[in-house]
Write a protein of this length. Sequence first.
Length: 321
Amino acid sequence: MDSRYRAFVNFAWLNVGYNLLVIMWGAFVRATGSGAGCGDHWPLCDGQVIPRAPDTAQMIEFSHRVTSGIALLLAVALLVWALRLFAAGHPARRAAIATMVFMVVEALIGAALVLFQLVAHDASLTRALSLGLHLINTFLLIGAMALTAWYASGKPAPELRGKGGLLGILIAALIGTALVGSSGAVTALGDTLLQLGVLPGGVSQSINRDSHPLVWMRIIHPVLGTLVGLAMITLAQRAVRYDPAPSTRRLAWATAAIFVGQIFLGVVNVLLKAPVWMQLVHLLFADLAWLALVLLSATLLARPATVTVPHAPVVSGSPAR
């Protein structure tokens, strides 16, 4: 691979890794009840560019805003670089544009949560739905970033003609995984509010018909997660039959293994009564499961190996057209 493309691929994967860290830190903000650390000010923190003599909650929230701002700048750099390096229509270029769109949406959702005070001890349905949507957009963001690196490395573009049945299965798998992830975000919110004493009964309480909807999610989410996780085993089997190439086989079974591992981590999370560190580990593996499924989908929908997607030439440092 040309050194220019290799450098871009490395930068794109760096974006993916860095954003996973930002996501983890955002979850830590929520789990520690520090979301209101900067008050209802955005983008300023408590009305200041840099807070003076901040307390712990403010430092946690302010650091998350700083790391998120860096993620935004990295996404801008990724987009500009992709526009200069790849011709119009190249899948890496399209993925980089999608990355920028989802990054802007991510920032707007984060701003809305702060400005409408859907943070800290808020236990409203609006906050729960917002966090679910936030998680789905986060999935789309890191998925687009991963595909930017994937296609920039020379992987073939998707070819949808004649793949209606396969496409339907993969869309169902992606939607199911997104629903499990969003329900997990809402469940984690409920665990946090229970631990902070905002919701009565604590994390060890029994669940009955009078329980708060966020408490009920502690049953709904594991059921959804288990069903989707087990379905991934079937998907892996079908993927291997559809494309028996060793690389596809490894990716398919790695995807299934991560999903099944998530079921195990979910059980451990419940047994340990959802400590903050375990919530972060569970979220990280949810992100990895999503990324694995996205790349598996891209592999299965790719053009035949005999068809290549050439890199666009770059002339005198100008964008390829």
